[in-house]
Design a binder for this molecule. Structure first.
Ligand SMILES: [Zn+2]
Length: 420
């Protein structure tokens, strides 16, 4: 059977050209896109399979730049009363009380929900490490970031030795694949010791192409901790590790810079509290910021500074965070909340935050996030609105307003979902 396939669709949003293609086609060969254009421009090709998606908007699959599938079963079960620090403490207790099989169930549920809502690439922070094998066999594209936290642990050196050994065994048994890679995620600059940050930084510096991500600048409590070295967060950290190096007169971004981490960092998650110097550092080190609108709303964090970050040319993409602080693993919902808070931003720019920009941040800007010859065939189909009128006509706006599940999904040229 031929490996070539032509998909027809009423609209194609390539995310490469500003205009949607009306009545278009995409020709695929195996995992790659060969050609894209208008239906009438397609020459007859022998032994090619054809699939007409009809009244559909076909576009690149979404990239969720930040989630924690481990916590999919915690939806509505971790209140944030008592502040962000208290929420983190409750999460640590819940994590300790969860078995590997419970984590696996949560991950499977999260994979399904993500796929239902058009996500074809997941950047998952793995606390339990259970998601790596599951995502590797899931059919979705994935970056699994193994999380490090040594707050409450006596020796950063011993922690990192064990971490490396665990990693060596896992990656030997289940090596990375064309659709699944692993990366590293020091949890935050206040739950990872300076010593461990340095050890992990050295490791990343001596190994090629390890994707990295860190939560940073998320809450007011964190800001106070780095500015003043005081407050409930500092007290809690001192109680857990009396010898912990408590910083002062700095910011989360500047502290990570002092630890040598900014040049090694791909995705900086949250960055709700940033000053001008922070933004200049993020830009200089080409760090992409991941904003999680649903989780941000849940905690009531300081307003996200999209305009100033954009002014500093810091790329921003979107993530769902976990269901312990959000209601769905749907990037449609994240885009809607973003649009509500930043109404001046055009739909096309918001869509680039779940396609083009995260692909670039992951080093795949030349092959993912667009419908373009040579690019990977990670595609989704969204049913066209039946509404009449000028508003309903713009496919970019339609995607932003869409609330259902996708009707078609394909990863690496393999159809994953076809609803009729
Ligand atoms: Zn997170």
């Amino acid at each position: 059977m031929s490996q070539r396939l032509v998909l027809f669709s009423r609209y194609i949003l390539t995310m490469d050209k500003p205009q949607p293609i009306e009545d278009g086609f995409v020709l695929l060969h195996g995992s790659r896109i060969l050609q894209v254009g208008k239906r009438k421009e397609l020459y007859f090709l022998p032994s090619v399979r054809l699939l007409d998606l009809g009244d559909t908007i076909l576009m690149p699959g979404f990239i969720n730049a930040h989630c924690h599938l481990d916590f999919t079963n915690l939806k509505g079960r971790v209140r944030c009363r008592g502040g962000f620090r208290e929420w983190l403490r409750k999460m640590a207790v819940k994590t300790r009380g969860t078995s590997p099989s419970e984590f696996r169930k949560a991950v499977q549920k999260g994979v399904q929900e993500s796929a239902d809502y058009g996500t074809t690439t997941l950047c998952d922070i793995s606390t339990s490490w259970e998601s790596y094998r599951l995502l590797r066999g899931s059919g979705l594209r994935a970056f699994v970031f193994f999380e490090m936290i040594d707050l409450g642990k006596p020796s950063p050196k011993a922690y990192f030795r064990q971490f490396q050994e665990r990693l060596r065994v896992l990656v030997h048994e289940a090596p990375p694949t064309p659709t699944c890679r692993w990366g590293l995620s020091p949890h935050t600059p206040f739950t990872v010791s300076k010593e461990l940050l340095e050890l992990a930084g050295k490791y990343v510096g001596t190994h090629r192409d390890i994707p990295t991500t860190v939560h940073m600048g998320e809450s007011r409590e964190e800001w106070r901790y780095f500015r003043k070295g005081s407050g409930p967060m500092a007290n809690r950290i001192r109680a857990l590790n009396p010898d912990w190096n408590i910083p002062r007169h700095t910011t989360p971004v500047q502290y990570l810079n002092e630890c040598g981490w900014l040049p090694k960092l791909d995705l900086g998650v949250h960055l709700n509290t940033v000053d001008r110097r922070d933004m200049a550092l993020l830009a200089k080190n080409r760090i992409t910021v991941v904003h999680c609108p649903g989780s941000h709303e849940y905690f009531g964090h300081p307003p996200f500074r999209y305009g100033p970050l954009r002014g500093h040319r810091v790329p921003v993409c979107l993530g769902t965070d976990s269901l312990a602080s959000n209601k769905a693993l749907s990037l449609f919902r994240e885009m809607r909340i973003f649009k509500k808070n930043q109404p001046q931003v055009q739909a096309e720019e918001i869509l680039s935050m779940v396609t083009v920009k995260p692909a670039q941040a992951l080093g795949l800007g030349h092959q993912l996030g667009r419908i373009k010859p040579g690019y990977l065939a990670d595609l989704i189909g969204i049913p066209l609105s039946q509404r009449k009128g000028p508003k309903a006509a713009d496919p970019f706006d339609q995607v932003l307003r869409y609330r259902g599940k996708v009707s078609f999904a394909m990863v690496q040229g393999e159809p994953r979902l076809r609803l009729t």
